[in-house]
Design a protein around this ligand. Structure first.
Ligand code: ASP
Length: 262
């Protein structure tokens, strides 16, 4: 394939090796592993270059600073490459994908996040297939948005969530169809893909640490208990709620008999 993809390696299980403290990313190991993987050098594959972030992180240590760094690398390398693959730990991959999707405006090339549940250095690693498919998708240039590839499916970056700690199809996108599914061929759902960006340069909005909170509202919640976090310092609060009781919004809510006929 006559395309060039930039692989940005941020850390995560995919490149981890056993150490005395358990599995940890090791600088240099991934380059070595990819150099010797015949599949990644097949003529059907796009050409690729690996850029490694320093330090390599377990994704639970990612913050907005790392999101900004990944975004900056994409902006800096944008003119040189046809697409990007971001190798990332699975635990917070969906957050990074969502953040990048809002940070990068005018994006007209694929940015595909992926990783693995089993490190490449172990047998049965899902990392090989995830990486190979992500490279093809990034090179094909059909899904020109921030997406997440895992376990045979390409999901919209800001609709994905990790739903399984040990399954190889660990991510899902419950409220949006997969952008593509990878069987014998990679099949795109063209109606689900974002429309390509209007012509114009890629722009990045840097994110700042902002004091915000998320409150899951459950039946019988004692709101007084949470008043201590709703201070003047809080800049925003996301409420995760169940549906409000309003006519027509919930199929299980029965309208009162008097109004049901109207
Ligand atoms: N804890 C690792 C991380 O998120 C696990 C993984 O890569 O899936 O970086």
């Amino acid at each position: 394939m006559d395309k060039k993809v930039c692989i940005i390696y941020t850390g995560g299980t995919i490149g981890m090796v056993p150490t005395e403290q358990g599995y940890a990313p090791a600088p240099g190991m991934l380059q070595q592993a990819l150099d010797t993987a015949a599949e990644l050098h097949s003529p059907e594959m796009p050409a690729w270059e690996l850029l490694t972030l320093d330090p390599l992180l377990d994704s639970s240590d990612m913050t907005v600073n790392e999101w900004n760094r990944i975004g900056e690398v994409i902006c800096r390398e944008y003119p040189r490459f046809d697409g990007f693959v971001v190798l990332h730990g699975t635990d917070t991959m969906a957050y990074t994908a969502a953040a990048l999707s809002f940070m990068l405006e005018g994006l007209d090339k694929p940015v595909v996040l992926t990783g693995s549940q089993i490190p490449l250095c172990r047998v049965r690693s899902d990392g090989w297939d995830n990486l190979a498919a992500a490279l093809l998708i990034a090179g094909e240039g059909v899904a020109r948005e921030v997406s997440l590839y895992f376990g045979g499916r390409l999901l919209r970056g800001n609709r994905a969530a990790k739903l399984s700690a040990d399954g190889l199809q660990a991510f899902d996108s419950p409220n949006y169809p997969p952008l593509a599914t990878a069987g014998v061929d990679i099949r795109y759902d063209r109606a689900a893909l974002a429309r390509p960006a209007q012509s114009g340069p890629l722009r990045m909005t840097r994110l700042r640490h902002t004091p915000i909170g998320v409150l899951k509202v459950f039946p019988g919640i004692q709101f007084e208990l949470f008043s201590s976090i709703v201070t003047e310092k809080l800049r925003g609060l996301v409420l995760e709620t169940f549906p409000a009781r309003a006519a027509g919004c919930c199929p299980c809510w029965k309208r009162p008999a008097a109004t049901a006929r109207s």
